[in-house]
Design a protein around this ligand. Structure first.
Ligand code: PLP
Length: 369
């Protein structure tokens, strides 16, 4: 089976991990954790990095730190992962959805303004699959309406928007380091911000809201979201190679496009927009309904030929758990619904070889013939 993802861990990962074991610095205390936070924050043009256990935890803490609570509304894309919405709902706030652009797959900024109400507190931007959201229109709307913006840059390591790093545009941004990301810590995430108050809030939330003066007396409820020094050791070794990894993924994306172009009824990822070049977090295909094959069917046929694949996100407005809570009644977002029905991604991991890509492309051509 050609796996849908496989990381590349052949730099300083072993050396730094051995150092943790040899010195005993294996909890969340330690120089790798500090170095990874500082190095990653600097890379995205931020003062502070707060390393946490995963990208979902980073979003949870960022939403809590922004003070999003009962009665607030947060505008966000329906086409995203459940991680984006969990804490909004748990905090008693209301997620308000917009559909996606059918070509970039990112949230359609043109739909945001119509969704703003007296209760809107924030806009959550989620960059999808390798191209960033067109930020200028979003930032303009936020400025005019006095809204905070939260940026989920989980999939955007090393990506830029108009030359500026993703993760630097708004008050607070989050990343994931799951092994399918451009750099990985196994499990892991990071919040980045330059706001001194927010960083204190996030650090406290990460560490159970212990108080320095009265350690076991709590004024707020937090979580234990601490990243270990061992995870950060991996992260630092990976961060050293981020430019190389971005270049590698861009080469892989271009190669897949060479191999798959001209396939009738198949939409390939956009190589670039006027504000960014694709970094191909994953290489996603969207099948035209006219060819009579759904994503589910195509993935089944590929699996039978030993090629791994994954479906696109299932839209938030169709999630059973959220519908049972009475959310999104009678709401429909046709682009996101079609993306789920017709979209899937093929093996896209950092360790994928040229020969594997050729095999994958040949099998894709075969099963869609
Ligand atoms: C856009 C987006 N946000 C959040 C996450 C959650 O990150 P994690 O899996 O580290 O919790 C992911 C994970 O893939 C993601 O793609």
């Amino acid at each position: 089976m050609i796996p849908v993802n496989q990381p590349l861990l052949n730099g300083n990962e072993k050396k730094y991990l051995n150092e943790c074991i040899d010195t005993g610095w294996i909890s969340s205390e330690g120089s790798f954790r500090e170095g990874f936070e500082e190095g990653f924050a600097a890379r995205v043009g931020r003062k502070h990095g707060i390393a946490v256990t995963n990208g979902t935890a980073a979003l949870d803490a960022a939403i809590e730190a922004l003070g999003i609570g009962p009665g607030d509304e947060v505008i966000m894309p329906t086409f995203t992962i459940i991680s984006c919405i969990g804490q909004i709902v748990r905090a008693g706030a209301k997620p308000v959805l917009v559909d996606s652009d059918p070509i970039t797959l990112n949230m359609d900024a043109g739909q945001i303004e119509a969704r703003i109400s007296q209760r809107t507190k924030a806009i959550m931007v989620v960059h999808i699959f390798g191209l960033p959201v067109d930020m200028d229109p979003v930032l303009d709307i936020a400025r005019r309406h006095g809204l905070k913006v939260l940026e989920d840059a989980a999939e955007m390591h090393g990506q830029t928007y108009k030359g500026k790093p993703c993760g630097c545009f708004v008050v607070i941004s989050t990343f994931s380091f799951y092994p399918n990301k451009h750099i990985t810590t196994g499990e892991g995430g990071m919040i980045v911000t330059s706001d001194d108050q927010l960083v204190a809030g996030c650090r406290s939330l990460r560490n159970l809201c212990f108080q320095p003066e009265r350690r076991f007396v709590h004024e707020r409820l937090g979580w234990n979201l601490r990243m270990t020094n061992m995870q950060a050791a991996l992260g630092l070794a990976q961060l050293e190679r981020l430019d190389e990894f971005v270049a590698r993924k861009r080469r892989m994306g271009a190669r897949y496009t060479d191999l798959l172009s001209g396939l009738p009824g198949v939409q390939l990822p956009l190589p670039c927009t006027d504000y960014a070049d694709n970094i191909y977090w994953v290489y996603g295909l969207v099948l035209d309904e006219s060819i009579g094959v759904t994503a589910e069917e195509a993935m089944k046929r590929l699996a039978a030929k030993g090629v791994g694949s994954r479906p696109f996100f299932y839209p938030m407005h169709q999630q059973p758990v959220l519908k049972r809570m009475g959310l999104f009644k009678d709401e429909s977002y046709p682009v996101a619904e079609r993306m789920y029905r017709q979209g899937f991604y093929i093996p896209s991991g950092m360790a994928l070889t040229e020969a594997q890509m050729e095999t994958v492309a040949a099998e894709v051509r075969e099963v869609l013939r």
